[in-house]
Design a binder for this molecule. Structure first.
Ligand code: F6R
Length: 579
């Protein structure tokens, strides 16, 4: 999603540092980019549609701000890309978030000339209005920022100084030997410095040769306190792989084994679950399926009821949260607004928060009372693979650990890692299946029990990457409507693990087969009803994990065969920091 990077330095390399900073955050997803810096006494703005090139010639300057845009208001055009300027081009501004009241604010700016269709440009003109009254850049920006509704971060420069304001959307400031840098992602600052300030909501920062920070309302000056973080910059290179998605699929056995190695860290969270009066699992997208799996796992293995809600729906069912509640928020990025909002609400009600998160230093990592790292390493492809299977493994560990069976969980997770390695060796079978399915319009996926979240994940991966319509259902729902969609040749994937769902799933397979479906069976044993069978060994409750890997590979091959880029699916971003 949108990314911000800025630098002010006594050296003259700010534009090129900003360019490399943007390269570091580009994996989060964007459709256009831009950089601003002072040149010959005025501000120069470069904007481009598409992805950042490997290199770009930029002049010397001591100040620069840059942005990667993921379109929300206004199409993907050069004009809509950031930085935006005021009427006279005296200030340049980059913005993350959505100004929910931008239309209301825009109508008051009758005498201003707007170039773009964005909500962001309105902020630049509002700041211009305040500056015209003789206010400083900091006072103007902080005054305007207080008028914006929504979760926003802005960074604005007049070519001499940089002012940043934050509410909801992340911003981190780094202290350099010869100046300051700031970014929406701490990892992007780590090549330059480990001295960081994570800005709090409603704080304002002014960067010049010095740093000045202002409190909540931007009125009172506060002492900027840089923290030394022991983190190292994480990078990921493609090496021998054609895409990050495939590389990350291959990294899964290693990730799972390292989770097992560090599984003692789960004990603390399992104690919290035991003590809590109500545990709620919250996440969105693929991550939410790991939470849904958690509900089944806790019931089946810990005989414990845990609640689950997708993050964006939690707002409407959170009235029963109390200080005794425990909220476990699960997120790869730790920045999904739909997951963070429930956390903020539950925190306000004094509930305890566990953050199961992959990105060190992310917002969820910092605001959780008990952050627990997924240890999947940097995930660059937009669609989650290794972080997701790490989430499923963590759910297994948690459910088993609550009843003192951590070792059993470790064993089946290790077995699932071995089974993934076996699947990777047999990936050509999945490639052949993709060949057969690539021109199809609809794919349906059925699973029951622990395989229900797997069916949902399979459908999401296929549709978001290959753009083939796919839907996942609980097997039991088939006769309640879905079966109407089955006709001769419709592909239906059925997950048939060796558990209590097996015979009901085989019946589902027969029912769709009787209507002409092309039945794709996944599980430890073949069956005459399957038209295509892919063997996945029985690894108990961990069978979900290799099943998901089958789905990842199928989605990957469908996508590449159709000529799409699996790392950068259309319209999607890696971290969804807007509501
Ligand atoms: C799908 C996918 C998304 C994410 C979702 C949550 O492949 O990756 O559905 O799972 O956007 O993101 P995080 O885990 O960063 O909160």
């Amino acid at each position: 999603m949108c990314g911000i990077f800025g630098e002010i330095t006594s050296k003259q390399d700010a534009p090129s540092t900003v360019f490399s900073g943007l390269k570091d955050i580009e994996y989060r997803g964007y459709d256009s980019w831009g950089i601003a810096f002072p040149q010959n006494g005025s501000l120069k703005v470069i904007k481009k549609v598409g992805f950042l090139p490997k290199t770009f010639p930029l002049p010397n300057s001591s100040v620069s701000i840059g942005h990667t845009r993921w379109a929300t208001h206004g199409g993907v055009t050069e004009i809509n890309a950031h930085p935006h300027t005021d009427c006279k081009g005296k200030i340049a501004l980059v913005h993350n978030g959505i100004v929910e009241n931008f239309l209301e604010l825009k109508v008051k700016l009758k005498n201003h000339h707007f170039k773009s269709e964005t909500d962001s440009e309105v902020i630049a003109h509002l700041i211009e209005e305040e500056k015209n009254k003789g206010k400083s850049l900091t006072d103007s920006a902080s005054y305007v920022f207080r008028k914006l509704a929504g979760m926003n971060a802005i960074v604005v420069t007049d070519g001499k100084e940089i002012v940043a304001c934050k509410m909801g959307s992340p911003l981190v400031v780094g202290k350099l030997k010869d100046g300051f840098a700031l970014a929406s992602d701490p990892n992007a600052l780590l090549p330059l410095t480990n001295h960081l300030i994570f800005m709090e909501d409603e704080q304002i920062v002014n960067l010049n040769s010095q740093i000045k920070m202002f409190d909540k309302k931007g009125l009172r000056q506060i002492n900027p306190k840089f923290k030394d973080v022991p983190w190292v910059h994480v990078q990921s290179e493609l090496k021998k792989y054609p895409h990050f998605m495939l590389k990350e699929i291959y990294e899964q056995p290693e990730v799972l084994n390292s989770i097992v190695k560090n599984s003692h860290e789960i004990e603390k969270v399992s104690q919290l679950i035991k003590k809590a009066y109500g545990t709620f699992l919250i996440a969105c997208g693929s991550a939410s399926y790991s939470c849904l799996a958690g509900v089944y796992l806790f019931s089946k293995f810990a005989k414990k009821h845990v609640n689950f809600s997708i993050g964006s729906e939690f707002n409407y069912i959170q009235d029963y949260i109390t200080p005794e509640s425990l909220l476990i928020a699960v997120s790869q990025s730790g920045e999904s607004m739909d997951t963070l909002e429930p956390v903020v609400q539950a925190k306000a009600k004094k509930a305890k928060i566990v953050g199961l998160v992959n990105v060190l230093g992310s917002t969820l990592y910092r605001i959780a009372d008990y952050p627990l790292l997924l240890q999947a390493g940097l995930e660059k492809a937009v669609a989650s693979t290794k972080a997701l299977t790490a989430m499923f493994a963590m759910m297994i560990l948690l459910a088993f650990t609550v009843v003192g069976k951590r070792k059993e969980a470790e064993e089946i997770i290790k077995q699932s890692a071995l089974e993934i390695s076996s699947i990777l060796k047999r990936k050509n079978q999945i490639k052949k299946l993709a060949d057969r399915l690539k021109s199809i319009q609809h794919i349906y996926i059925l699973g029951r029990g622990l395989s229900y979240p797997v069916a949902l994940e399979t459908a999401l991966k296929i549709k978001e990457l290959s753009y083939i319509h796919s839907e996942g259902f609980a097997g039991g729902e088939l006769k309640h409507g879905v079966i109407a969609m089955i006709e001769k040749g419709t592909p239906v994937i059925v997950y048939v693990p060796n558990d209590e769902t097996k015979s009901a799933m085989l019946s589902n397979a027969m029912e769709v087969k009787a209507r002409g479906a092309f039945v794709i069976g996944i599980g430890p044993e073949s069956n005459p009803v399957f038209d295509f069978f892919f063997k996945v060994a029985d690894v108990g409750a961990s069978s979900m994990i290799p099943h998901i890997v089958f789905a990842q590979l199928l989605a990957y091959f469908l996508t590449t065969k159709l000529g799409h880029n699996p790392d950068k699916p259309r319209n999607l971003a890696k971290s969804v920091v807007v509501r």
